[in-house]
Design a binder for this molecule. Structure first.
Ligand SMILES: [Zn+2]
Length: 188
């Protein structure tokens, strides 16, 4: 059977995972579904990423290097092992070349994607805040962007609680006030 008979695997629910899944096991052997630039072109289009041109040989080597690093770090994340600093550096170098302000770090057994520069110019801060608003608007689930239930409170939050049951900005302030009021009403 030729390699082309094995279809691309879009089963990861995440494009980064689908990319790593271009290296599959087939008949007990590794099979690369993107063995050349033309196949990679096809994969990109299937993944909804539009390449301006076909990758060169060198660029394909970079793609394989990135895929290897991503696979290793995902494996580490899955098995709760410490990822190699080299693999993180490989991924982070490409993050930096694409989004200079972001940095992938692994500190205290936790991955974070955080601002690379602590000091930002005013225009970058405007852009950063606006981008965060845009990302929130584009990603927040219905009914989870909320105002505190105290009608006199203006604080807003994204409800990340199980079942979206959070009602208050804080239990210490509005939540407690409501509890006290309910208790008082119960007494009268
Ligand atoms: Zn409140």
């Amino acid at each position: 059977m030729s390699q082309t008979r094995v279809p691309f695997q879009f089963i990861g629910n995440d494009t980064a995972l689908d990319f790593v899944n271009t290296l599959v096991a087939y008949k007990d052997a590794p099979l690369d579904l993107i063995p050349d630039a033309a196949k990679f072109d096809g994969w990109l289009k299937a993944a909804g990423i539009t390449p301006k041109r076909t990758f060169s040989m060198d660029e394909m080597q970079a793609i394989y290097g990135l895929r290897t690093a991503m696979k290793a770090v995902f494996d580490a994340r899955m098995s709760d092992k410490t990822p190699s600093a080299q693999d993180i550096a490989t991924i982070d170098a490409y993050v930096a070349s694409y989004t200079p302000n972001l940095q992938l770090t692994y500190v205290n057994k936790t991955f974070t994607l955080r601002p690379r520069d602590e000091e930002l110019e005013p225009h970058a801060i405007l852009g950063k805040l606006a981008q965060m608003a845009a990302e929130l608007l584009a990603s927040v689930a219905d009914g989870t962007l909320k105002n505190c239930s105290n009608p006199e409170c203006v604080l807003v939050y994204k409800d990340t609680s199980r079942g979206s049951k959070r009602r208050w900005c804080s239990m210490k302030t509005c939540g407690n006030r409501a509890k006290v009021a309910a208790f008082r009403d119960g007494l009268s």
